[in-house]
Design a protein around this ligand. Sequence first.
Ligand SMILES: [Zn+2]
Length: 189
Amino acid sequence: MPRVGKQLLAEQVPDRRRDHAYRHLTVVVATLLLPLAALVTRGGRVRERACEWAFRVRYPFEDLSGLTPGTRAAFIAARYSALWHDAQLIGLTSGHRMYAEQREMFDEALRRHGSVSAARHWVLPPEESSHVSGRALDIRPTEGARWLEHHGDRFGLYRTYDNEWWHFEYWPDFRGTGRQPPRRPTPGH
Ligand SMILES: [Zn+2]
């Protein structure tokens, strides 16, 4: 096997094993939390509550603030369905970003890639970013993103760039229509 292939495998296999372990661990945690959730939850939302707690354990630093109410609700419904029906995890690495934060990211990309058009390949300026408007979700791990790519239509969540497997956006008008919002090669093209 060529060296590069070996290196790739060495890097990917433990990750996949780790993701797999976390997946099952999170389902176990959510299941164990069900009786406690039943004690403190009224109105039959026990599994929602247990799911929410289990994700707080798995991703303690996750920040859902600043998302539009629709985006947030779609994300929570999607991760509920992924966890309880398919034992898949959907985590959020980046949701809403402040204008200044996106500006900084874009300026950094400008410095690194040398031109606006090259920078836009990777990051959009704040005026155009769906992260700034609170409709974008960067998802992990890869298996969770793959799940969302297959099932996101039920929640109005769609992958919108070929070069970003992790980036999803909330487009409620397309939900359940069988159509998809435009998918572009990169953010700026
Ligand atoms: Zn993104």
